[in-house]
Design a protein around this ligand. Structure first.
Ligand code: ATP
Ligand code: MG
Length: 152
């Protein structure tokens, strides 16, 4: 089952992230996909602020993984856009076991390294309106199905 959500402005995407955050659990993995500038980092910032993270969240494009530890639960923000091939060196699997939430931008580029159970979020920029995003959310696994039922 795939849920379709329309976001008409940045704030809608932030609210979606906050709703999902309200159902967070240790080891949660959120995979973000979508064009450049579609709102993956906006989503992550919304999630982080809802967690109570007071550091400013910026895209970890050059460090690939950034850890935020000042919130209710740790957040590991991963952006694999500029990762050329050396995914093994990243030790991404370790982060799935660390007890925090993992959010991965451009997750579709590392499909083989994603956990089977995860929340997949694909963001499309509308062709009709520059601020509108069509967001497709697919839960993989029972916990993520329940989570979607609860908040979507
Ligand atoms: N409905 C919307 N939801 C989210 N962002 C929106 C929306 N409408 C406009 N925007 C704008 O789109 C931009 C999204 O930028 P953001 O950095 O989050 O994209 P991204 O998907 O992370 O891009 P990249 O692939 O470069 O990492 C922001 O400037 C934001 O203000
Ligand atoms: Mg980004």
């Amino acid at each position: 089952m795939t849920y379709k959500v329309t976001s008409r402005e940045e704030q809608d995407t932030i609210e979606l992230a906050q709703n999902i955050e309200s159902e967070k659990f240790p080891g949660m993995v959120i995979c973000l996909e979508g064009d450049l500038g579609s709102g993956k980092t906006v989503f992550t910032k919304g999630f982080a602020s809802s967690l109570g993270i007071d550091e400013s969240v910026t895209s970890p494009t050059f460090n690939i993984i950034k850890e935020y530890t000042s919130g209710e639960m740790d957040l590991y923000h991963v952006d694999v856009y500029r990762l050329d091939g050396k995914i093994e060196d990243l030790g991404l699997e370790e982060y799935y076991q660390k007890g925090g939430v993992v959010i991965i931008e451009w997750a579709d580029m590392i499909e083989d390294y994603l956990p089977e159970e995860r929340l997949e979020i694909k963001i499309k920029i509308s062709e009709e309106d520059e601020d509108t995003r069509i967001i497709f959310i697919t839960p993989h696994g029972r916990v993520y199905e329940d989570l979607c039922e609860a908040v979507l």
